[in-house]
Ligand binder design. Structure first.
Ligand SMILES: [Zn+2]
Length: 330
């Protein structure tokens, strides 16, 4: 339920819109492309980032039939002028719609939104629903605005009303300018980003204002679940700072939202299962990127979990999150 895909070819948005920050693809050798941001090299990607058949073949080795796909967070473009952000989102969403229409039993799509303009984001949500996508992916912060901000309430409201699921993905990592070495933005910043998003949504009362909102958080909640004791203690000891918008203990929300299983650590997954229950833990991979769980589900197979728990992680939890039925894929 957590894998990334992008169109093989992207327009040169920087040229079209007249300012920097957009990603463009340079296909510099067969089956490989460089993601470029202006003159800066961002990442080299393989054709498993864009070719649906290559991906299906790679997944088949791990007995996996269906991939829930969304864009790569660097394509969020929340920095752009709203109309330009909408154009980028529409391009990505149309591409995903073509994919899921062509391979309805192999791909499920999560759309992108121009979150810098919630009104346009809501407009695009209606289109996303019509296109047949099942949810959206949203960044852990929107140009450093946290997800509890009232500006975003209409987006949550529309997701709830349209029964579209939400995947919150860490990105634009806090502190990245001060920790360029050792891949620290990915190793330290990303887990903190996800916890930032979760604490913001919980303390902002988002799950109470929108009780039917179905939200999944990447990388087994980042550092949220492993620091829930501290978060709860903060709530109890300084309610004047923490419980200003919501008077419910943060621990009570565990098992309300969903998380993926990307922990790379069996003990940690046992703990996540204990906190969340197997119906709220989904099979994520972060495929095709190197920090992902690329031997899909293998470490779960080695954990000797009960069959029903494995079935929940591999299938049932994701179906419930997306409000889908297994029969649709058989
Ligand atoms: Zn990811």
């Amino acid at each position: 339920m957590h894998s990334h895909i992008i169109p093989k070819n992207l327009p040169d948005w920087e040229k079209k819109f007249g300012y920097e920050g957009f990603i463009r693809l340079e296909h510099h050798k067969p089956n490989w492309a460089n993601m470029m941001q202006g003159d800066n090299f961002f990442r080299e990607i393989n054709h498993n980032c864009w070719d649906p058949e290559v991906r299906m073949n790679e997944y088949e080795k791990y007995a996996t039939q269906v991939q829930v796909v969304c864009t790569i967070p660097v394509l969020f473009t929340y920095f752009s002028k709203p109309q330009d952000g909408l154009e980028v989102a529409r391009f990505l969403n149309d591409d995903l719609a073509n994919l899921v229409n062509k391979y309805p039993k192999n791909y499920i799509g999560l759309g992108s939104l121009p979150m810098q303009d919630p009104e346009l984001a809501v407009q695009e949500l209606f289109r996303i629903k019509e296109l047949g996508l099942k949810g959206v992916q949203i960044g852990s912060n929107i140009e450093d605005k946290n997800l509890n901000e009232p500006d975003f309430f209409p987006v949550w409201e529309a997701c709830e009303k349209l029964r579209l699921a939400v995947l919150v993905h860490p990105w634009n990592m806090m502190g990245k300018k001060n920790m360029k070495k050792y891949w620290l933005p990915w190793l330290v910043g990303m887990p903190a980003e996800t916890s930032r998003a979760m604490c913001s949504m919980i303390f902002g009362g988002i799950f109470d204002k929108f009780p039917n909102l179905r939200v999944n958080f990447c990388h087994a909640s980042g550092s949220f679940l492993s620091t829930i004791g501290r978060i709860e203690h903060g709530y109890n000891s300084r309610p004047d700072l923490v419980a200003v918008d919501n008077s419910k203990n943060p621990r009570e929300y565990c098992g309300h939202f969903w998380v993926d299983c990307i922990t790379h650590d069996q003990d940690m997954l046992h703990y996540v299962l204990k906190m969340q229950g197997s119906k709220r833990v989904t099979l994520g991979t972060d495929y095709p990127f190197p920090l992902g769980d690329l031997e899909i589900g293998e470490f779960i197979n080695r954990m000797n979990l009960e069959k029903s728990v494995v079935e929940d992680i591999f299938c049932n939890s994701t179906l419930e999150w997306l409000n889908l039925k297994k029969e649709m894929f058989i």
